[in-house]
Design a binder for this molecule. Structure first.
Ligand code: ATP
Ligand code: MG
Length: 884
């Protein structure tokens, strides 16, 4: 059975049994700050299990893209050695939202596995949570498994949770014995070694775990199951490892060819090829879902996986970028099931290639840095590279810690792993506090507010900014550090408010949340500082300034127009910019993120080189054209398919429902978008691009302004130009010429000045009245304090004086502010007897500094200007010592 057929047979089986197929959610979960990546089929239904959101249907079936590389479910380290673990895999799952429970879940699984897929009953096992007698009895009743192959297991494997908080429950798993011909072994040992392979996990979703770890019953006991497609493929295709089944063999073949080491050459090399094949899937799917390689959060995880693949390539002897060349083969294997792969292929290839190149050069430069650190440590007599130094290399140069460790090992230097981990932990702590805290607190408050079920909000704010008499449905606040639902918020208190309807836009699709006020009973007033939405509920974060805000109260809402109107301008302008970019730079340009705020707009897009000035100008003109045409925008609701067929641009990695909203500037741009827009493009006013730059490999960022923001910016610039004009005393068109002239003049003066100083020093020094060279044991020694001058000029002076002397020693010193500079020069005939380097080193010691150089020429600096005269007085004695 081909993998494509297995996927389909699963969907068919459950569809025939009343399940509605539902598309995979993106790898980046929406609106869930507790989770970095989708790690199971149930993630997109979390709120449905909690009773906060309508499920798509009481019975649902999915094939979900999953990633297990962080947090509670992290299989990264297993990938390579393990024949059954991947970073990215496809999870087949059937779901019941309060519909059927354990009985049918077990019945369905058994029927599919044995009747439809025909797996041999005598090699199958079922496990249940040890306290779950009901599940145990059901397996006995519904399957033909003998009692000794129904096992009771502990919470480690048979109690499932998505993360530390959220829905969870006891579970029951289906396993298969991969080597029935071998003697029986203990269950623990058999699962560890991979002999007993877990195929399918049926989770009996019963609880919600809160921050404190407490379990609360869910509104409706539900079913969530997950079976790994790759494992099923291995078993149904009769091969021992996932990597020998059809989802992987073409990739491994291609990898073997690119690397020049065919799969099967040696166990070690095979491990590296498996890592490469596995990581190709996770990296490419992450890119397709809009994640960009970066230095934090999801982007950092992506970068780490990519770099891990590159390092395994190096282990196989490759020193050049290769990974990107494998992207097309993944499209061949999985493109039919996942059209996003094809749509994003070229951009992914380009991004990966740039990342690879960057990493390889980082490694080359970084390795030198590590060598230097090691030498320094050695010079101090240490035999261990300190963890803090290693962390510095890791952080500033992006060197993988494994690389640092490897180099240390090669250099026979110890590595302070603990110190490194400690430094890393402290840094993570810092960034966690900086970034996640606000969102996490809001999530906790949201949890408390939504505890008693959903209270959907109607959004009425697309075409008005005020609404009278909305009703306060729920409140939540923090009490002694814990989020709790509340009946009222008093003066000065902060908390969350849910209303029956609202005009406040909740942050989404790049558009920031509205700000404004709630007022009630003539006296009460609260400021709205943030608005988020979850499960159809608008959550207003407020600060009560006067009065008490109570549950059940009627309030008047008002969005600040100085906030919303400019935001709308920026949002419609973002769409125009997007369309203009694609027109000018090609359809390969893809949105990679955006920010629409009242004071600016930011648009990130995939593109592989800087946008040239001329192109940028044309793009700006194009947007302004559409503004000046004053086109009415057209906003409609329609079915998703209809919208896409009409040419609406959808974003990959974005989750859309069946009904979508389209925003159109007829004739130019049409996007799926839930945001706020102007009624007519003419309202946007002037549009100016203020910057364009790269923010990650293959990703550019444009920042632009509209309306008053653009006017202010242009005015400010023209004011600045006026200031420049008056300072220079010329008109604008002559400013540049004037500056060039001034620069040339200045350069000439500098040169003149340097010549003068030189003459002064040289004239006075050689033969003049103010003391020429002195004689020390028959050697001419010229010692001078000279006026402050740039370092290059000082060297010139010393050099010139030396040639004038013919044979002898020159030492010059100068001081300025808190700085001393010294230069020593010795003519060639004397370098055997007097060394400039040694001389300068001793002198530098006297002025609080250090330095050195060659025997004929050396310089040094110091920090104690007062000591310069004494140091210069000591020169004669030092020279005498060297001569003697
Ligand atoms: P295991 O104990 O084998 O690591 P798990 O208990 O972590 O698996 P679940 O969380 O129960 O697995 O996930 C449900 C199913 O998803 C598993 O039965 C398995 O078929 C599949 N699966 C889990 N993790 C992976 C992975 N890293 N790669 C491929 N398939 C996986
Ligand atoms: Mg399991």
């Amino acid at each position: 059975m081909k993998s494509n057929d297995i996927r389909q047979s699963f969907l068919d089986f459950f569809q025939e049994r009343g399940h509605k197929p539902h598309p995979s959610a993106p790898l980046v979960p929406h609106g869930d700050p507790t989770l970095l990546f989708t790690n199971a089929g149930m993630v997109q239904f979390k709120n449905a299990f909690l009773g906060r959101e309508e499920p798509p249907a009481p019975r649902t079936v999915t094939v979900q893209k999953c990633l297990r590389v962080s947090g509670k479910h992290n299989d990264l380290e297993s990938v390579g050695p393990s024949p059954r673990h991947h970073t990215f895999f496809e999870m087949l799952g059937n779901f019941s939202f309060g519909d059927y429970f354990k009985d049918e879940a077990i019945r369905f699984a058994w029927e599919l596995v044995t009747d439809v897929w025909g797996l041999p009953v005598e090699h199958l096992y079922a496990t249940v949570f040890h306290e779950d007698d009901e599940a145990y009895d059901l397996w006995k009743k519904l399957s033909t498994l003998p009692e000794e192959r129904i096992l009771r297991c502990g919470a480690k494997d048979n109690f499932w949770a998505m993360g530390d908080v959220g829905p969870c429950g006891p579970c029951s798993e289906v396993h298969i014995d991969l080597h029935p011909d071998r003697p029986q072994v203990d269950w623990e040992e058999g699962t560890e070694s991979g002999r007993y392979l877990e195929l399918w996990n049926l989770v009996f979703m019963q609880y919600d775990r809160d921050e404190a770890g407490e379990l609360r019953p869910l509104p409706n006991p539900s079913i969530d199951t997950g079976a790994g497609l790759e494992r099923l493929a291995a078993v149904l295709q009769g091969v021992g490892s996932n990597y020998d089944a059809d989802l992987f063999t073409p990739i491994l073949d291609a990898a073997g060819t690119v690397v020049g080491v065919p799969y099967g050459s040696s166990p070690d090399e095979d491990t590296s090829l498996r890592v490469i094949a596995d990581h190709l899937r996770s990296v490419t799917f992450l890119l397709a879902d809009g994640v960009i390689p970066g230095n934090e959060g999801r982007g950092y995880v992506l970068r780490r996986i990519l770099r891990r693949a590159v390092r395994h390539g190096m282990r196989l002897g490759l020193e050049e970028p290769f990974f990107h060349r494998l992207v097309p083969v993944l499209g061949e294997v999985m493109g039919d099931a996942y059209p996003e792969l094809e749509a994003t292929r070229d951009a992914s290839v380009a991004t990966i290639k740039t990342e690879e190149e960057k990493f390889l050069s980082t490694l080359a430069a970084g390795s030198r840095q590590v060598q230097e650190e090691i030498e320094e440590a050695r010079a101090r007599g240490a035999d261990v590279l300190p963890g803090a130094r290693a962390f510095w290399l890791y952080e500033t140069h992006g060197l993988p810690v494994e690389t640092i460790e490897e180099i240390a090992e090669e250099e026979r230097m110890g590595f302070d792993r603990e110190g490194f981990e400690e430094a890393l932990r402290r840094q993570q702590e810092r960034s966690r506090q900086a970034a996640g805290e606000g969102k996490k607190r809001l999530a906790a408050l949201a949890g408390a507010l939504l505890e008693d079920g959903v209270v959907e909000t109607e959004f009425v704010g697309y075409d008005r900014l005020a609404e009278a008499g909305a009703k306060v449905l729920r409140l939540a606040k923090e009490e002694r550090g814990k989020a709790v639902s509340a009946a009222a918020l008093g003066t000065g208190e902060r908390g969350l408010v849910a209303l029956d309807r609202t005009v406040f836009y909740a942050e989404s699709g790049g558009q920031v949340a509205d700000a404004g006020t709630l007022t009630w009973e003539g006296v009460g007033r609260a400021r709205v500082t943030d608005v988020q939405k979850e499960a159809g509920v608008w959550l207003h974060l407020v600060e009560v300034e006067e009065g008490t805000l109570r549950q059940g109260q009627q309030v008047d809402l008002e969005v600040a127009d100085r906030h919303r109107l400019p935001t709308q301008r920026n949002h419609t302008a973002t769409h125009l910019l997007h369309a203009a970019l694609r027109e000018e730079l090609g359809e390969g340009v893809r949105q990679a993120g955006s920010l629409v705020a009242p004071d600016r707009l930011r648009f990130d897009f995939t593109f592989n080189r800087p946008v040239e000035a001329g192109e940028l100008r044309r793009i700006e003109n194009r947007v302004n054209d559409w503004v000046l045409r004053a086109v009415p925008t057209r906003i409609r609701e329609m079915g998703y398919q209809e919208a896409v067929a009409a040419g609406a641009m959808a974003l990959f990695g974005e989750k859309y429902g069946d009904r979508v909203r389209t925003v159109e500037v007829p004739g130019f741009s049409m996007e799926l978008c839930g945001g706020c827009h102007v009624g007519n493009t003419g309202e946007i006013g002037p549009f100016v691009v203020v910057s364009e730059r790269g923010i990650a490999s293959g990703v550019r960022r444009i920042e632009a302004l509209t309306g008053h923001g653009a006017i202010d910016w242009m005015r400010q610039r023209s004011d600045q130009l006026a200031d420049v004009e008056s300072a220079l005393g010329v008109a604008a068109d002559r400013v540049v010429g004037e500056i060039a002239e001034l620069r040339t003049d200045l350069k000439a003066r500098d040169k003149e000045l340097a010549d003068l100083r030189m003459k002064m020093v040289a004239g006075a020094a050689v033969g003049g009245d103010s003391g020429g060279p002195i004689e020390v044991d028959g050697v001419k020694v010229l010692i001078r304090e000279v006026p402050p001058a740039p370092a290059g000029e000082l060297r010139n002076m010393a050099d010139t004086l030396r040639s004038k002397l013919g044979s002898g020693v020159v030492v010059i010193g100068t001081r300025e502010d808190a700085k001393v500079s010294l230069v020593a020069a010795v003519t060639d005939d004397l370098t055997k007897r007097v060394q400039a380097g040694r001389l300068v080193k001793e002198l530098a010691g006297m002025v609080g500094g250090g330095g050195g150089g060659r025997p004929d020429f050396a310089q040094a600096g110091g920090k104690e200007p007062d000591k310069l005269p004494a140091a210069l007085d000591a020169v004669a004695e030092l020279v005498r010592k060297q001569l003697g």
